[in-house]
Ligand binder design. Structure first.
Ligand SMILES: Nc1ncnc2c1ncn2[C@@H]1O[C@H](COP(=O)(O)OP(=O)(O)OP(=O)(O)O)[C@@H](O)[C@H]1O
Length: 300
């Protein structure tokens, strides 16, 4: 047998090592990523267990999406380790990985001519055998995902005709149809209005009540504080803090990482708010001085 042929046979027959149910669902340590010879991610850690919702937060360009893609096995790493139920991500063939985690991307290519229902069916494909057909259970999973993400109303519409918020909910439905034990979503609320954001927050929390794990990359810190069991802060390509939102999103850290004067308020009834000095103390003072000056100046 030619060498290339035997390599192909080995690849096709490659079976992944068995998962270790006692290991964390996801255990990522000191993950580093280089793109085009440039270090994008230096060292980021993330551990997630079943039933947990972990929010990844951090400033623009900090490396959150790169980290999420790296742990999902969608981005080559240059250092550290990523293990899913004890197995190195590099040893998990694509279909196997797709049965462990669903990934809802921040942006995705919208193919021409595909309806919402067809897109959600594609999300179910990791469960369909190669050259196989969808079974009754697969159709049911697709309909469940469509209903749970609240996209029934436009299920027959073409993806290209949807608004940004509608498309985002469809992407969540595509992820849900995968019925993986962990759902990762990169900024799934960036186009959603207040009500749709609250609905999605309840949906994600509901998944954890069903024993699933959720990783949410999100900018809205008050939302992160409301829904997450833990937050991981990424700054300049490193995870710099991890823990319960009230412990991590403290005033000093908000000032250090986001350079804003802000404080998170978490009330016992579950309401959260981020109080931000939007214009900063100095600007507000100088504005006050300007106003005082204008009042003192006699009209010309
Ligand atoms: N393919 C690429 N080529 C070059 N640079 C890249 C590439 N992908 C990401 N980067 C850079 O890596 C850094 C981290 O990007 P990433 O998208 O992970 O940040 P982020 O924290 O998710 O940002 P945001 O909150 O703005 O979405 C950014 O400076 C980005 O420009």
């Amino acid at each position: 047998m030619a060498a290339a042929e035997s390599r192909l046979m080995a690849l096709l027959s490659r079976s992944a090592p068995p998962l270790d149910p006692s290991a964390p669902l996801l255990d990522a340590r000191e993950v580093a990523v280089e793109i085009g010879g440039k270090r994008i991610l230096h060292a980021a850690d993330l551990r997630v267990a079943a039933g947990e919702l972990v929010a990844i937060v951090g400033p623009n360009g900090a490396g959150k999406s790169t980290f999420a893609r790296a742990v999902a096995g969608l981005q080559r790493t240059s250092g550290g380790s990523v293990r899913w139920s004890g197995v190195d991500v590099g040893q998990l063939p694509g279909r196997r990985l797709a049965q462990l985690r669903a990934f809802v991307p921040q942006r995705s290519r919208v193919p021409d001519g595909v309806t919402v229902r067809e897109a959600v069916r594609i999300g179910r494909s990791p469960h369909i055998k190669p050259l196989g057909r969808m079974m009754q259970a697969d159709h049911e999973a697709v309909e469940r995902a469509i209903a749970r993400a609240g996209v029934e109303r436009f299920a027959e519409r073409k993806l290209t005709t949807l608004s940004g918020g509608e498309l985002q909910r469809v992407q969540v439905a595509v992820g849900l149809a995968q019925e993986a034990p962990l759902l990762m979503a990169d900024e799934p609320t960036s186009h959603l209005d207040l009500g749709a954001t609250a609905t999605l927050a309840k949906l994600l929390r509901g998944l954890t009540s069903d024993g699933l794990a959720v990783i949410l990359v999100v900018h809205d810190l008050s939302l992160a504080a409301a829904v997450a069991d833990r937050v991981v802060v990424i700054a300049s390509g490193r995870s710099v803090a991890s823990g319960p939102p009230a412990d991590v999103l403290v005033r000093e850290r908000l000032a250090e990482v986001w350079q804003v004067d802000a404080a998170l308020e978490t009330r016992p009834d579950g309401h959260t708010a981020l109080h931000v000095a939007w214009l900063g103390r100095q600007e507000r003072q100088s504005e006050a001085f300007a106003a005082e000056g204008a009042a003192a100046d006699p009209p010309a």
